[in-house]
Design a protein around this ligand. Structure first.
Ligand SMILES: Nc1nc2c(ncn2[C@@H]2O[C@H](COP(=O)(O)OP(=O)(O)OP(=O)(O)O)[C@@H](O)[C@H]2O)c(=O)[nH]1
Ligand SMILES: [Mg+2]
Length: 462
């Protein structure tokens, strides 16, 4: 069955589980009348309210009953009333705050469904906000990111997008392309009369200039991904170098087994942690050596595959080993890891100090060395992945990156058309393609598949 855009939808907007309160949300033409059927201002069940007559953005105390016949009291609630178009979805919206817990909210939801509401799909409230023109598509996507944000930087980039920073960028770019298009078309109109209003070179320069700005924004996606999803950091090194001990310290819990036996860690272990505002997806791996043990060898194979996928590596060399060992291990590190994205750590530096400036000494017995390491890790992320200032647009969504790449490609085609002295009509087609792709970012140009893909990833009740 295809869901009607105009029926009234309902969902529990707070997460499942025990909590102080639960909030249930209804949106649609009948949001008020459906709620009125099962709501009473006192526990008699008959003291009715007419939400149409109450002011918008007001809160009402009362009681919810199990059906329109008022047979059983379910809970005391507070009802917030929002009249369209001044609501989250742009429609009439009711939010029912009940006592928390799984049972009550589910019960109220089923009462409302029995009365005539429909279960909302994931993200359907936000989808309606988009379809009703309250927000554009990039802002709707920002809502999902905002909810998922785990760090300060992820929060600030999504709140910026929700406030319309990306939309504004898209509109400005759109205007620039329209200006160029009209110059091209103007010239086209007069071409037959032998008038050249704007020189082809100037048009080419304008498009090239615009494209280089767009390219920088498209490249910002790498930073955006780190901001949103975190950095995949792998702790690697020879057996017994102290990887699992460092992993446990960074997580602040005894997650991985530590022992003085080389080859303790077999399979890799992953955990998330935030260090100086940067989200790290940490992986502890099996120590790297050649082994005859079948299980250990599989573990080592997995270590290498994790190292290949990593954004960053912490490579541990045991300071207490002899000079030759350390020298070889440093060479091994330098030959196999990218300097920009890897940190060489001389572990257990309380036992012996390595006199080399190629790495940083760390001891679990020395807080200062650990703090230094953490600072080094977050600084490295910032310099390797986030070379953008706070005011710049950073793309955090792969869909936006794809759209922007298509815009850039269409503009490149326009440049080629200009260079080949094609007639203005052709250039104009390329520029219009660029406009279409740009419109996909904000949803001016969209289709059901794109929309379904986007809102499918939202939570229910948002
Ligand atoms: N003195 C000292 N000992 C340490 C330090 N860090 C780890 N160790 C010891 O080094 C030994 C090996 O530590 P692990 O963390 O298990 O080493 P690993 O690299 O995970 O070893 P595998 O899993 O076998 O590859 C343990 O006995 C730890 O207690 C340190 O900073 N100082
Ligand atoms: Mg280990």
């Amino acid at each position: 069955m295809k869901n009607n855009l105009y029926d009234t939808i309902a969902a529990i907007s707070t997460p499942a589980g025990e909590g102080g309160i639960s909030v249930l949300r209804l949106s649609g033409e009948n949001a008020f009348s459906l709620t009125e059927k099962v709501f009473s201002k006192d526990n008699s069940g008959i003291k009715k309210i007419d939400f149409q007559k109450t002011a918008s953005h007001t809160i009402h105390f009362g009681y919810i009953f199990d059906n329109a016949d008022i047979t059983e009291l379910i809970d005391e609630v507070l009802i917030s009333v929002f009249k369209g178009p001044n609501s989250y979805t742009g429609e009439n919206v009711v939010e029912i705050s009940s006592h928390g817990g799984f049972y009550i909210a589910q019960k109220i939801l089923s009462v409302l469904i029995n009365t005539g509401a429909r279960h909302a799909e994931p993200g359907e409230f936000t989808k309606r906000a988009f379809l009703n023109g309250r927000i554009d598509l990039s802002q709707a996507e920002a809502v999902a990111d905002l909810i998922k944000a785990k760090t300060d930087s992820a929060h600030s980039s999504s709140i910026k997008q929700l406030e319309g920073a990306l939309s504004e960028f898209a509109h400005k770019t759109r205007q620039e392309i329209i200006n160029i298009t009209s110059l091209v078309e103007l010239e086209l109109d007069f071409a037959e009369e032998g008038l050249e209003f704007v020189k082809a070179d100037d048009i080419k320069a304008m498009i090239t200039n615009l494209n280089s700005k767009l390219r920088r924004i498209s490249e910002s996606y790498i930073a955006g991904k780190v901001i949103r999803d975190g950095v995949n950091l792998v702790i690697a090194g020879k057996p017994n170098s102290g990887k699992s001990s460092l992993f446990n310290y960074l997580l602040n819990k005894n997650r991985a087994i530590v022992s003085s036996v080389a080859g303790t860690t077999r399979d890799y272990i992953e955990e998330n942690i935030i260090i100086n505002g940067v989200l790290f997806n940490l992986t502890d791996t099996a120590g790297l050596r050649s082994s005859d043990d079948e299980i250990e060898s599989e573990g080592i194979r997995r270590s290498f595959s994790k190292i290949d996928e990593a954004d960053m590596i912490l490579y541990l060399t045991d300071s207490s080993e002899d000079e030759k060992f350390i020298e070889d291990d440093i060479a091994n590190f330098e030959n196999n890891f990218d300097k920009e994205r890897s940190v060489l750590v001389f572990s257990k530096c309380d036992l012996k100090k390595v006199s080399s400036d190629k790495g940083t000494g760390v001891s679990l017995l020395n807080e200062e060395t650990l703090e230094n390491l953490k600072r080094l890790m977050s600084d490295k992320v910032k310099s390797a992945f986030i070379p953008f200032s706070k005011d710049e647009i950073v793309l955090t969504n792969i869909r936006h990156k794809f759209c922007l790449e298509n815009v850039i490609r269409s503009l490149e085609e326009a440049i080629t058309s200009v260079e080949n002295k094609m007639s203005g009509e052709f250039i104009s087609v390329d520029l219009r393609n660029a406009l279409n792709h740009l419109g996909e970012i904000t949803g001016e140009v969209t289709n059901d598949t794109i929309l379904n893909n986007i809102f499918m990833n939202f939570c229910i009740g948002k």
